[in-house]
Design a protein around this ligand. Sequence first.
Ligand SMILES: Cc1ncc(COP(=O)(O)O)c(C=O)c1O
Length: 413
Amino acid sequence: MGVGREAHELNMVREEFPIFKQHPALIYLDHAATSQKPDTVIERMKLYLEESNGSPHRGAHLLSVESTRQYDYGRGRVAEFIGAKSPNEVIFTKNATEALNLVAQSYGKVNLNEGDEIVLAITAHHSNIVPWQIVAKEKRAVLKYLYIDETGQFLSGELDKITAKTKIVAFPWISNGLGCIHSPEPIIQRAHEVGAVVVLDAAQAVGHVPVDVVTLDVDFLVFSGHKMYGPTGIGVLFGKQYLLEKMPPFLTGGDMIEYVEEQETTYAPIPERFEAGTQHVEGVVGLVAAIDFIQGARLDNIRLKEERLAKYAYKRLSELNYVTVYGPKADEPRGALVTFNVEGIHPHDMATLLDRKGIAIRAGHHCTQPLMKYLGIHASCRASFSIYNHVEEIDALIEGINYAREVFGYVNG
Ligand SMILES: Cc1ncc(COP(=O)(O)O)c(C=O)c1O
């Protein structure tokens, strides 16, 4: 696997991920679905559970105080990582999906009226579509979509759909279905010109590109811990403080209240107002360890490596006349993934045959059915990359595709 210094560096990185000790030959090209976890993330979560486990915000004893300290520290660390002005702007959720539902149900319910418009990108993940469909039905608001060209960029004039009627604009920074990058700045600027708020889905961006919510001037931003080397079960909603302060609770119960009377309740201030129930402290501990890992590896190094891998994958795949590659072309910016289809082979068959060769890819609609329909396909294969991948794994992917073709009786070459 690799030669010289590069191979050495790759092995050093792979050694930090215990999963590759269990599966030494595994070629994991599914980071975009969920990342593998470095030992620091696993170890720190284990340590927390062994030494500090308690119920946060609920008790006076040593372990409760310690779990509260670690939880609150995590909030500050996340705020710092994304450049938020205050930890109060960071709400811990289960994942990006829950964060998006929170904004739709809480902000959407009180700020949308009949005839208002919600503008979504056709590249949006279902988690950034379905919550808006539900609130739009309830409030009799209208959903509109921004459409793209074949490279994944918005068609010219699409941003004109953001008008005085628009109240919310929601889109993915990096599309998990195409790998295209939607530059957030012009959309945010346009939305603010008409008085709309922007919900930026950064699930495929955090851990890949630098995020600074103040420079972006974004109103809401969401991401999931498990896609950035952290554990599942922990996600983040960033919201501007003045917006969050005016929003009603989403989930209700313990920890999010001020006073509960028999008939009435007053709510805790933010961020607790949005964090009902016992929180996932070990998840926050793992998320902090993931942030430390990313910063230790240096985001610019990660980005450089992923760009190289994505470009190489694009090149190798587009050389094959029986492969269709979707999204950005060779010289256009691309996230750390490539989606493609191989003539005559269903993506699920392709993924199953690649699995026989120890190569893990994702196949299906990638929770982007409106995008798939727009592209005129039902499904695609997706190879996604991370710091633990290597160009030779992409060579193996190409060999795997050719192997699958042979199984199906095609002649390669
Ligand atoms: C762009 C994008 N948004 C949102 C999500 C939802 O993430 P989660 O399932 O962690 O909530 C995903 C997951 O694939 C994604 O790729």
